[in-house]
Design a protein around this ligand. Structure first.
Ligand SMILES: Nc1ncnc2c1ncn2[C@@H]1O[C@H](COP(=O)(O)OP(=O)(O)OP(=O)(O)O)[C@@H](O)[C@H]1O
Ligand SMILES: [Mg+2]
Length: 405
């Protein structure tokens, strides 16, 4: 069976729990020809579960307890579900039906009796790796765009990614920083990633999912992050085609992809807007922001984007806004879909400490609850009509406050 070679420098990661009945040298021999780096042995299932919170291996090999019993196996199973791209092999000294069934229920498609036979291992790996284990999902892609700098696009991209990753189903979420100015994810989350968009751009003609898996950083808060290229060694930005291919690969790997963009229509921005299932067009209730929003909506229309592809999001809404929301809707000729409150304390603190807003601020903070509601609405986890009713009653309250309506 042909094996796709992995580019040098980007070896696939295999995490193997001690006691699976496969000697290290056999594993290394069989896996190295399939593009894996040296096998990483972990002491226990508990240790593997902990590792899965921050690493995304291509393969895990685990001992399955009799009948899949025990809380340790249950926790592992829960964590494995968040890794749709990770192949798994289960082992056990006997092949009793309950244990095999428990492995299958846990999302472990291959089962081997220990001590492991070389040929059986080869066959299992061929089946797993050639067909790919990731379900051919097609994740939903959200692009955050604003024509004017400093309105909070990056803050929204980050907090939305966090909120999506914390939906009840705990989906896999990627956050991609296509912005070349402003703080960006690198600064806002205080990351010093080994690889970034620059590494991706330099291999734009040879992108694949394995490569992307090795360059993304899995943040301890559960979001998979691809930072913008470091300003100092930023090469050329990616072409529309290459950036589009990158986003397509990411949505095959993740349930949701959130992209932060520049405030002008460069190639990467166009690719992210084109690829988006939903564009979140950020604005503010002041004349200058609304003007640029109006112009942007015109450009979107000329680009042929249907109205349903675009959601207008007002950020930093407060009672001191120069223009009431209802007036703003008339000016831009569109309804405002989401309103995020002005919450200076939560947002400023998050940047200062290099954390997600939700990590830093209390769960009851105005911006935290608003973004959670937005994530739920965008993904159909909240009755959209209820969200709409909420927004409208808020609008009319606002109108009353301003003596309009
Ligand atoms: N809802 C909010 N309430 C209060 N402050 C906010 C809110 N959203 C963003 N901010 C603050 O606004 C400032 C700009 O935010 P951010 O960097 O996210 O904007 P941006 O549009 O990405 O800017 P840039 O053009 O620099 O990329 C930050 O100080 C941030 O903390
Ligand atoms: Mg920004």
């Amino acid at each position: 069976m042909p094996v796709t070679p992995t580019p040098p420098g980007f070896r696939k990661l295999a995490l193997v729990v001690h006691g699976t009945g496969a000697p290290d040298d056999l594993l290394n021999e069989v896996l190295s020809v399939r593009g894996f780096g040296p096998v990483v042995m972990v002491a226990s299932l508990v240790e593997l579960t902990a590792q899965l919170r921050t690493r995304v291996p291509s393969l895990v090999i685990v001992p399955v307890p009799p009948g899949g019993a025990g809380s340790e196996f249950a926790s592992f199973q829960q964590e494995l579900r968040r890794h749709p791209g990770t192949a798994a092999i289960g082992t056990s000294p006997s092949k009793d039906a309950d244990t095999v069934l428990a492995a299958m229920r846990a999302g472990i498609p291959e089962f081997l009796v220990s001590p492991i036979d070389r040929l059986e291992l080869e066959v299992a790996l061929s089946r797993l790796l050639s067909h790919g284990t990731a379900s051919q999902q097609h994740g939903q892609l959200f692009t955050v765009y604003t024509a004017k700098g400093g309105l909070g696009a990056s803050t929204l991209a980050l907090s939305l990614a966090w909120a999506l990753a914390h939906l009840p189903s705990r989906p896999s979420v990627a956050l991609v920083d296509f912005s070349t100015t402003g703080a960006g994810v690198r600064v806002m989350l205080d990351l010093k990633p080994l690889y970034d968009l620059g590494s991706v751009a330099s291999r734009a003609d040879r992108l694949d999912r394995e490569f992307l898996r090795s360059v993304m950083v899995k943040h301890e808060q559960g979001v998979h992050v691809l930072a913008a290229a470091d300003e100092l060694d930023a090469g050329d930005p990616m072409s529309v085609e290459a950036a589009g291919r990158l986003l397509e690969l990411l949505r095959q790997e993740h349930t949701y992809v959130v992209v932060d963009t520049d405030h002008h229509f460069g190639d990467q921005t166009i690719a992210a807007l084109d690829a988006a299932d939903r564009i979140l067009l950020l604005t503010q209730l002041d004349v200058s922001a609304l003007r640029s929003t109006q112009r942007t909506l015109g450009v979107f229309a000329r680009l042929g984007y249907p109205e349903t592809k675009v959601n207008v999001v007002v950020n930093r809404q407060s009672e001191r806004d120069a223009i009431p929301a209802a007036d703003a809707e008339r000016v831009i000729g569109r309804r405002i879909d989401f309103k995020l409150p002005n919450d200076y304390a939560s947002c400023a603190d998050a940047i200062t400490y290099g954390r997600f807003v939700q990590e830093q601020a209390p769960a009851t903070a105005p911006v935290v609850t608003a973004v959670a509601r937005m994530a739920a609405t965008l993904t159909g986890n909240l009755d959209a009509a209820a969200g709409d009713r909420g927004a409208r009653s808020q609008g009319s309250r606002l109108s009353r406050l301003f003596g309009r309506g």
